[in-house]
Ligand binder design. Structure first.
Ligand code: K7E
Ligand code: CUA
Length: 639
């Protein structure tokens, strides 16, 4: 026994030693590969405390936005944008249903924060629906989608989108798939002659963010891929990468990889808008379209090796960085050289009316980052971070001589975009980068063949990048934006006095049911713990519109409104009014209830719709029982 115990003690001591050595070793190398103890502390945000950053991750073909807190990597909320969301009733109530226009999906790739002087100003978040060529604006005052602009005419999908300009004058969209413009019957074999690409400049109203079409430019039928806005010296220019300059219409994975060089298009958006304002555009599909053959000086091309994907302008605005997917380098272009060549008219031919510059006249440096470079972000110390899809790594490199790679870190696995804290602004904060990995494989508990997407938080503050945390996301973030939390000041209730919705009521005595023909409008109040009216009488065949006002002015007291045996459900937030249409299909009784837990008597917050046989006699206006109204008013006054 004794010997055995001794043996065990020795074994335990050895184990403790080994663990200590391991921890020491990990700390010494910055805990790479696996998060160290210090990494755990760096992501720990105490219960009740808040994160330092908001992160907005696009939901990809889920069509929405995921909101995370960093450094904790906690999922805080999801903002429905292009896809209906039944819990809050987005796409179910009349207003949001109209905004979605009958579409039930979108493919959201690139969130773009509004900017002032090249820095995030925290007003709006724009996001593209790639497949639908639409752009949505989310108001960061209440984290709600307020406008969906599009489908933008003549555009076949918008991937290079929206990438706002430094003062949010414009967001952009460029067609991913070329089609005939205007779209008409055509043979796919005539791709090179009949098909066209489009770059669209979408104006943003500086006061309220409303989007409207500024201009479109007819482009060669290449696949326009990504974009970024010039800033500082390059402000006023918007850069777009493309692939398939071969103009193949089939077997793209082979045929679109033939050319040594594809292109970046540089658009002078002020010149383009001026040309439209001077009446030099042709109207196609209702849009003012500029043809570079007829309107010179609005767009130029310069070559980029090997099917580029991302294009990113560095914080100073001096360099335009593009990554050929099939190349092991980032190509860094000098904006000054580009501008000098344009001013000297030093062109190397013309592509469909667009002057082309020589590669050697614009290139500044080639940085050997590694295999499969896709996207680049920046910090506050003059370094860039490029995602490497094939190597499953991030490469850190010096922006400026000697243009060398100074660090690399493994990511798990197959990284697409990456997002640095305010990393695409004039003043990145240099704290974190999030790797948005395409494959998670073995990183999480197995949930069957559909794995979650993998995101990873990496600390940029030390000399070496340090992996801090893995966190899974639902399908499928592409790009993201990370903004310092103090820049956002969202409201917590809608002030009742500002609620001017036509269906709004603010006193129980205004609750009523009005009928015009077979249209019935129910003006309903929701307040803990009652709907007024809670008995609604209608006739079979009526179209009933419930205008529900939540009278609460307390944080986090939302009421739900769900109708049995229907698709009708919505959440009404404090001070808000929403309208839900319900068809009285069948005579009988249909209950409705508050679907959002709101109070101790939440379960009692319910009511009945009495559907009478067709043609039953009904009053033009019904009001709830005055005694009930008095009780509700008394309860409201007591709060
Ligand atoms: Cu996934 Cu920007 Cu659509 Cu790159 S995109 S990875
Ligand atoms: Cu109101 Cu639950």
């Amino acid at each position: 026994m004794k010997t055995r115990n001794l043996g065990r003690a020795v074994a335990i001591a050895a184990l403790v030693g080994a663990v200590a050595a391991m921890v020491g070793c990990m700390a010494g190398t910055g805990g790479r590969g696996a998060a160290s103890g210090s990494a755990a502390q760096k992501v720990y945000v105490k219960p009740g405390e808040h994160d330092a950053y908001y992160g907005f991750l696009s939901g990809g073909h889920h069509g929405n936005i995921y909101v995370y807190g960093f450094p904790s990597c906690r999922h805080i909320t999801t903002i429905p944008v292009f896809t209906p969301e039944p819990a809050v009733g987005y796409g179910y109530d009349e207003e949001s249903k109209e905004m979605l226009g009958g579409r039930t999906w979108g493919d959201a790739h690139h969130p773009g924060m509004s900017e002032t002087n090249g820095d995030y100003d925290g007003r709006w978040l724009f996001i593209n629906d790639m497949v639908g060529a639409r752009i949505a604006r989310i108001d960061l005052k209440d984290f709600k989608t307020k406008q969906i602009f599009g489908p933008i005419p003549n555009l076949s999908a918008a991937h290079a989108c929206p990438f706002p300009t430094p003062n949010t004058e414009y967001v952009f969209a460029a067609s991913r798939f070329a089609v005939p413009v205007p779209n008409r019957p055509a043979k796919v074999e005539d791709f090179a002659t009949e098909f066209r690409g489009i770059v669209a400049g979408v104006k943003v109203d500086p006061k309220d963010g409303t989007m409207s079409l500024g201009f479109e430019i007819l482009m060669p039928p290449f696949d326009w891929d990504l974009s970024d806005a010039g800033k500082g010296p390059s402000e006023g220019w918007q850069f777009f990468t493309c692939y398939n300059s071969e103009m193949a219409h089939d077997s793209l994975e082979i045929k679109a990889s033939q050319n040594e060089m594809d292109y970046i298009a540089a658009v002078d958006w002020r010149a383009a808008q001026k040309a439209v304002d001077e009446g030099r555009a042709t109207t196609i599909g209702g849009a003012p379209v500029l043809d570079p053959e007829k309107v010179p000086g609005i767009v130029y091309l310069f070559p980029v090796p090997k099917s580029p994907h991302g294009v990113d302008v560095n914080p100073s605005g001096e360099y335009v960085c593009a990554s050929g997917k099939l190349q092991a380098e980032v190509s860094v272009y000098s904006f000054a050289k580009f501008k000098a060549a344009v001013d000297a008219k030093k062109f190397d031919g013309v592509v469909m009316g667009i002057p082309k510059l020589r590669f050697d006249d614009v290139i500044e440096a080639k940085v050997p980052v590694g295999l499969g470079p896709l996207h680049t972000q920046f910090d506050d110390k003059g370094f860039a971070y490029t995602s490497l899809f094939l190597d499953s790594q991030i490469a850190k490199w010096k922006v400026g001589p000697p243009w060398n790679v100074t660090d690399k870190i493994d990511v798990y696995y197959s990284i697409g975009h990456l997002m640095a804290s305010e990393g695409d602004t004039r003043h990145p904060t240099g704290d974190y980068v999030v790797a948005l990995d395409k494959l998670s494989k073995d990183r999480y508990l197995n949930v069957g063949p559909t794995h979650p997407e993998a995101a990873q938080l990496i600390d940029l503050r030390g000399p070496k990048m340090e992996l801090l945390q893995d966190f899974p996301t639902y399908l499928e973030p592409h790009y993201a934006q990370m903004i310092r939390a103090e820049k956002l000041k969202p409201i917590t209730v809608y002030p009742l006095e500002e609620n001017t919705k036509p269906g709004a009521i603010k006193r129980a005595e205004d609750a009523r049911i009005e009928r015009k023909g077979s249209r019935v409008d129910v003006y309903m109040l929701a307040v803990r713990t009652h709907f007024t009216p809670d008995v609604v009488r209608v006739n079979e065949g009526d179209d009933v519109y419930f205008h529900v006002t939540n009278l609460e002015q307390d944080d986090d007291i939302a009421h739900g409104f769900g109708i049995l045996w229907s698709n009708c459900n919505m959440q009404v937030e404090p001070g808000e009014t929403k309208t839900m249409h319900w068809k009285a299909e069948k005579a009988g009784i249909t209950p409705f209830y508050c679907s959002n837990f709101c109070s101790a008597l939440h379960q009692e917050m319910q009511g009945l719709i009495e559907v009478r046989p067709k043609g039953s006699p009904v009053a033009a206006v019904q009001r709830p029982d005055p005694k009930q109204v008095a009780e509700i008013e008394a309860a409201i006054a007591q709060r």
